[in-house]
Design a binder for this molecule. Structure first.
Ligand code: AMP
Length: 417
């Protein structure tokens, strides 16, 4: 296996990586670094979860040596959350380099972002709309940008950002390097490549199938009006499983601490419960589902584009910290998020695009852990199932319930009667 130094990364970057505990480059990082470091345009097919942020951030950090007055790298992302996540990765990776980063995204006051842009910034991570506002108000000057990165390019186009992208790109120097990371490289994405990239090298890494393999996918046929009840049923079964796990861990912890008092050994048993992420087709549905879950006594929160940016960020922070376990979200708000410990993804509604199914379920089964994805299929949405089966080559299955879950379900039903 190739090392980070062999990829051409210098000591300060390798040191930051080793502090993060990253031993080897991921496939996409190993596959793209040499081209990016040699200044070539690269279009790469890669998903969140494959280490794609590192694939562009690490060589970029390597290339941008001394800090400058004007931004030299611009990363465009489709969502605000992804912008924040990408900037955080940049900051982690350039711990031992003097580069400055900033995020620019909508839904929040201009003032703080403008203040950050008034200082010298090397890397800007932005969503297109707010960045364009900043460019038009001359808060930011893009004339020195050497590297443009389109992150989740397919999503940028799906969300209708093409006009803004064109305007932004027209403000950049023509002899820049352009990198594009996207789940698919076909269709509209290929058109951008031919319009804005020069002889790009194409790198494909088949991460989709890998991601999916660690996920137990279940399809549940349910009438539209029965979805809430079914969801509450399944969540209660998960909760009961968790209770059993927690009880087991607590027992193990107790046993261990008894042993520790005898042997003076440190207590290392960790109590950890997995989180649940529920995708709905619309923001109204997300609110609806969250309210129904709360009515049933389940602590749930929602994120979607009608929720203020500040609230979305604080909700995600609490979710990551484990303050609550059930998050209901739309694709726009939650796609691409890297949140460890999501044990279950529910597709309350089937996504319109089969690719989105992969993105959604890929929120679980991360970092070598296993995950469960349960998808509700109502008669109204049956037509969408065929393309999903086609893309992942799986068969519809009824959920396999463990003995513990079956018992928990029985208990749950008898309580409700
Ligand atoms: P991404 O695909 O960029 O969303 O990255 C997914 C997760 O993998 C993030 O938490 C990264 O910090 C982490 N990661 C990135 N590169 C590596 C690596 N070489 N080894 C281990 N983890 C990594």
């Amino acid at each position: 296996m190739i090392s980070f130094s062999e990829l051409g990364l210098s000591k300060p970057v390798v040191a930051a990586l080793s502090e993060l505990g990253y031993e080897y480059p991921t496939e996409i990082q190993a596959g793209t670094a040499q081209y990016i470091l040699s200044g070539l345009d690269v279009m790469a097919s890669a998903q969140t979860g494959s280490g794609k942020t590192g694939a562009f951030a690490l060589p970029v950090i390597e290339c941008l040596d001394e800090p400058d007055e004007q931004p030299r790298c611009l990363v465009l992302t489709p969502t605000r959350e992804l912008a924040l996540q990408v900037e955080e990765e940049f900051r982690k990776f350039c711990k031992y380099k003097k580069l400055k980063t900033a995020t620019v995204y909508g839904g929040t006051a201009f003032a703080k972002q403008i203040a950050a842009l008034k200082k010298p910034v090397d890397v800007i991570v932005a969503t297109p709309g707010r960045l364009l506002d900043c460019v038009e108000h001359k808060y930011v000057n893009l004339s020195k940008v050497e590297i443009l990165i389109l992150d989740e390019a397919d999503r940028l186009l799906d969300l209708g950002f093409m006009p803004q992208l064109r305007k932004i790109i027209s403000k950049l120097p023509k002899d820049r390097q352009t990198l594009m990371f996207s789940a698919t490289l076909e269709g509209k994405v290929a058109a951008i490549a031919s319009d804005y990239m020069q002889n790009p090298v194409t790198v494909r890494v088949n991460t989709e199938r890998l991601d999916v393999e660690s996920i137990d996918q279940r399809f549940v046929h349910v009438k539209e009006y029965d979805k809430d009840e079914k969801l509450i049923e399944l969540l209660s079964a998960i909760q009961s499983d968790k209770d059993i796990e927690i009880a087991k861990s607590a027992a193990a912890k107790e046993a261990k601490s008894k042993k520790a008092s005898k042997d003076d050994e440190p207590d290392e048993v960790e109590l950890r419960t997995d989180s649940v992420l529920i995708f709905t087709g619309t923001k109204r549905k997300a609110s609806w589902v969250k309210d129904r879950l709360r009515d049933a006594g389940i602590k749930a929160e929602e994120i979607h584009s009608d929720i203020s940016q500040a609230k979305r960020e604080s909700t995600l922070k609490r979710y990551r910290a484990g303050s609550f376990n059930v998050l209901v979200a739309t694709d726009v708000a939650a796609r691409g998020l890297d949140i460890p410990f999501i044990g279950h993804v529910f597709n309350y509604d089937l996504p319109e695009l089969a690719e989105d199914y992969i993105h959604r379920i890929g929120r679980t089964g991360r970092a070598g852990r296993s995950g469960v994805a349960t998808t509700f299929v109502s008669d109204e949405q049956k037509h969408l199932l065929a393309s999903i089966e086609n893309i992942i080559g799986i068969k519809k299955e009824k959920p396999k319930l463990s003995m513990a879950k079956q018992a928990a379900l029985k208990r749950f039903h008898s309580r409700r009667r």
